[in-house]
Ligand binder design. Structure first.
Ligand SMILES: C[S@@+](CC[C@H](N)C(=O)[O-])C[C@H]1O[C@@H](n2cnc3c(N)ncnc32)[C@H](O)[C@@H]1O
Length: 234
């Protein structure tokens, strides 16, 4: 079993993100055609579990932030059915093209509207969505931007609308594997861009009610799946 050290406030800090949005876009454009062959394979199980917990129903209007190669968009389009609608925003035009092809092939493009842009400012009106989903994307935003993105998700959700997030997490302890991963992230941020964050806490802090949380292990590292609700009074 892995040895977990005592909490150490210095090591518990969430790492900052220094890459610009233009650099992020460029990096994802570059890997969009190959993404499914590496990262996509490892993440599949967790994004499917998170989507299952989000419990999307027929006729709903839903949004995915950072849809990547579009696997979840396709599932969401099947779940909402003909009467529902799926929206997606991603900073990478390469990812958008890959997703579009996937949806076209499945005959589902008519139910989906894709937008290429930065999710820290969502191009949607207030109270539009029944559910918002983020899979391995929240942890890409810089520390000060995380509440911004979550507040934007809250703004565009209807009251009692659901937020589903699956993300790398700081977990509870300061394990060797977490430190090693963070060291690699600091050394090679262009290749290892996700970093562990406080998932549930960040969501709670912007005023969501936490409905459900599942702790998962992502190749030995902590992860969280959180389902939260926008309270009716906000
Ligand atoms: C790690 S991938 C995850 C993709 C997909 N959600 C999945 O689970 O397979 C992160 C995605 O977020 C997108 N992204 C990164 N920064 C973004 C931003 N500021 N706004 C919108 N999308 C962003 C990337 O282009 C990429 O498609």
């Amino acid at each position: 079993m892995e040895k977990v050290n005592k909490m150490d406030s210095k090591n518990r800090k969430v790492l900052r993100v220094y890459r610009t949005k233009a650099q992020a876009k460029k990096a994802y454009d570059k890997i969009s055609r190959f993404y499914d062959y590496f990262a996509g394979v490892f993440e599949k199980k967790y994004r499917n579990r998170a989507l299952e917990l989000l419990d999307i129903k027929r006729g709903e209007i839903v949004l995915e932030i950072g849809f990547g190669t579009g696997h979840c968009l396709k599932k969401m389009a099947e779940l909402v059915g003909e009467k529902g609608k799926v929206y997606g925003i991603d900073i990478s035009s390469g990812m958008l093209e890959v997703s579009k092809r996937r949806l076209e092939k499945a005959g589902l493009l008519g139910r989906v509207e894709l937008y290429c842009g930065d999710a820290s400012k969502l191009p949607y009106e207030d109270n539009k969505f029944d559910a918002v989903f983020m899979s391995f994307t929240l942890e890409l935003f810089d520390t000060l931007e995380i509440p911004k993105v979550l507040n934007e998700a809250k703004r565009v959700l209807k009251s009692n609308g659901r937020l589903g997030v699956v993300s790398m997490s700081k977990g509870k302890g300061d394990s060797f594997s977490l430190r090693l991963y963070e060291w690699m992230h600091k050394k090679f941020p262009q290749y290892i861009d996700c970093r562990p964050i406080y998932v549930e806490q960040s969501i709670r802090e912007v005023g969501f009610e936490i409905n459900y949380k599942e702790e998962v292990r992502l190749f030995g590292l902590p992860g969280e799946i959180v389902i939260a609700v926008k309270p009716s009074e906000s």
